[in-house]
Design a protein around this ligand. Structure first.
Ligand code: ZN
Ligand code: ZN
Length: 421
């Protein structure tokens, strides 16, 4: 017997009448949709916006992949779920700790709670780094599925709840640096919707294309045309389709095309001495070809005793390219972040500037001759929030009355839409 409601982080979710598919378009800045609408290349998204619901929502700051994906699947801010970047500094050990371990995710996810209540749940991500957190507490022995397109060739029933994924999807294993890595996620979602008709699906793409290609560029257009076609097929199979992004994307280059970067560790070392402070770039992951580990938000820890948060803020807050330098308490309050994983100072870049650690730590050769496009700051926290179905009056009102948080997308897609059987 299905439970009538599932409650996660204080939000009661009704039982979905038809499949609900939430797609996180990684790096899906609203500018791509605006441009695509103008050029007429995204007819399905255009229809959702016309017949369903569309708004710009606020994502989580720092505007990185992990904190936002986890907010989407928990319906809660990072102060609740604990994931506030890809990396943080464990001051007990002095080690930078990657934040993708499921043990670091606090509380329960919407996916796991629905699965525990008897729903059939599917989670597919492009990069494997997210898979374990997205699949946290998901019982994969009962028809639930969690895998990444990165490792789609290695899926087992025990680890992923599915096998023979390449055959089932009908695509070869995609390259890490390709649009196919994202297209694979969507195609797999379509195939599973056809064959298994899950109640809830979370499909999370990767932002390689958006890091490399501006809105209107032929490659970006090709990507948006192809994902739009897949959104149309998902809706055509009877699902409620909800589209959002983990973050946007901005150009962070000088007019001559060089990365416009503030190397904060070098500045702090000159001021306070080497080793006194430690700058951590929470955008860092194993795939730096996208961005050279340069984003719009870094954290500084005071380690040696010379630098204090106030002295750091005083030294850097007015530098060109820096939008804000905030102490721990202020940034946690402003952006709903977990204090125990926050640095002593959080530094946020201007729209057109990236912030790095020491220049020597960033390998910009991997960027090739592409302009630096990246994210992390408040400027990239505006994201699309699009539903294939119209909202009930109560939810329309709610969206109009207060800032819409992107992490409410499951709430809106499950509870907010008007759907018949
Ligand atoms: Zn991302
Ligand atoms: Zn990115």
């Amino acid at each position: 017997m299905n439970s009538p409601f599932v409650t996660v982080s204080g939000v009661a979710y009704r039982w979905p009448i038809r499949p609900v598919v939430v797609v996180c378009i990684d790096g899906g800045d609203p500018a791509y949709i605006e441009r695509g609408l103008r050029d007429g290349i995204i007819p399905n998204i255009a229809r959702f916006m016309r017949e369903g619901f569309s708004a710009i929502a606020e994502g989580v700051v720092p505007s990185f992949t992990c904190p936002n994906n986890i907010s989407l699947i928990t319906g809660a801010p990072p102060s609740v779920h604990g994931i506030s970047g890809n990396y943080y500094l464990d001051i007990a050990t002095g080690e930078a700790v990657v934040m993708t371990g499921p043990e670091l995710l606090r509380g329960r996810t919407i996916l796991a709670e629905f699965a525990a209540a008897g729903a059939k749940v599917v989670s597919i991500t492009a990069k494997d780094k997210l898979r374990q957190q997205l699949g946290k507490d998901l019982d994969l022995t009962r028809g639930n599925i969690s895998f990444s397109s990165e490792k789609a060739d290695r899926c087992t029933l025990r680890e992923n709840g599915i096998e023979n994924v390449l055959e089932r999807v009908g695509m070869p294993l995609p390259d890490m640096y390709s649009m196919e890595l994202s297209l694979f996620v969507l195609e797999a979602g379509i195939r599973l919707l056809e064959s298994d008709r899950p109640d809830l699906m979370f499909l999370s793409l990767t932002d390689y294309i958006q890091h490399k290609h501006v809105p209107g560029d032929p490659v970006a257009d090709d990507f948006y045309r192809r994902i739009d076609e897949k959104f149309g097929r998902l809706a055509g199979l009877g699902a409620v389709v909800a589209l959002t992004a983990d973050h946007g994307m901005n150009d962070k280059s000088t007019p001559d095309g060089k990365p416009n970067v503030i190397y904060l560790q070098d500045i702090l070392d000159r001021e306070f001495g080497a080793g006194d402070t430690r700058v951590i770039c929470p955008i860092t992951d194993a795939f730096v070809k996208h961005h050279g580990a340069l984003g719009g938000f870094v954290r500084v820890w005071c380690l040696g005793g010379k630098a204090t948060p106030a002295a750091i803020i005083d030294r850097i807050a007015h530098l060109p390219g820096i939008a804000a330098a905030l102490d721990r308490e202020t940034v946690c309050q402003l952006y709903d972040l977990p204090a125990d994983r926050e640095g002593d100072v959080a530094v946020i870049g201007e729209t057109d500037a990236g912030i790095g650690a020491a220049a020597a730590e960033h390998d910009l050769s991997s960027l090739g001759d592409a302009r630096l496009r990246s994210h992390g700051g408040a400027a990239e926290a505006r994201v699309p929030f699009i539903l294939s179905h119209p909202l009930r009056e109560e939810y329309r009102q709610r969206a109009a009355d207060a800032p819409l948080k992107s992490y409410r997308i499951f709430d809106y897609a499950i509870n907010g839409v008007e759907v018949g059987p």
